[in-house]
Design a protein around this ligand. Sequence first.
Ligand code: M6R
Length: 361
Amino acid sequence: DMGGHDTYMHKEIHEQAEAVDRVLRGRIDDRFSTVHLGGLNLDARDARAVRRVKILGCGTSYHAGQIGAQMIEELARIPADAEPASEFRYRNAVVDPDTLYIAVSQSGETYDVLAAVQELKRKGARVLGIVNVVGSAIAREADGGMYVHAGPEVCVVSTKCFTNTCVAFALLALHLGRTRDLSVRDGKRIIEGLRKLPAQISEMLEQEEDIRKLAAQYAEARSMLFIGRVRGYPVAREASLKLKEVSYIHAEAYPASELKHGPLALIEPALPTVAIVPDDDLLEKNRAAMEEIKARSGQILAVAHQEQEKADHTIVVPKNEDELDPILMGIPLQLLAYHTALALGRDIDKPRNLAKSVTVE
Ligand code: M6R
């Protein structure tokens, strides 16, 4: 049942305010400015003993993991990074008992992720699952974890589960942070930011008509470049994957800082750039990157917290706390991919060559 929408992708994009409300529900503890995550099976002593966090996933779940790794580093000050689960399992990785491993999966059935979890457990590691589908293989195999409560996601292209997974990571980062050195004040600040998300998502979705018009323009491009730095980079990567999957337009994501080390050679009027430009301490750096692109007659669509002079168009996203900004910045880019695909007449819910869950090697 598509509830009045023409595609599941459209329906699922529009379910995000509700979905985020669900992942937050019952978990916030205002008294201690933290969150309760009962299913982690990780007591305070265990949480304090974690020396590193390694996040494993594929595709969109991997990108959510990259955002999660940054949140964990920022809020809990634990070194963290994300890696594609398939790469991890084939490179005979060093498995360290002081590392907390986190497997991320919408379906909970992705074979490469499951195999990585099994290998980790065989070597004695502690593995948490951040999973959407309740009772799925990865959820069962993990030592504990959290459900992201995005609700059923039917479209092959993941949208609401990505957003909810990022929010789940924010909760985990806050929890780990408050068990360690994150101040009450910062805990409160993040909680307030989390509570604002559902309304801000609804506000964002009201811009759909403007984004549809932009998409009609970009649908003519043969290729697109997505750039961002630090918090904006995983957003750029996810947006680039979304566009590729659903519209079949070639897209590539690059850290804005790497432009001058190569990709600047590609810039010309026919290659539009989408720039992720949060209003944080890197704003000036990002403006400089846009200037470089403009100087070479590249077109720019900025996703930012304020109108960008250097850009041809700006999609203005509501500002949240710096650490949580990536969550909202992904949403207009889902709409951009959706409307580009619609303009091109693509099979939106079932893009060619793809399956909803990849349960084979
Ligand atoms: O179910 P999972 O989250 O484990 O799936 C992982 C990827 O296959 C998945 O995210 C894929 O990249 C989607 N088609 C993204 O839209």
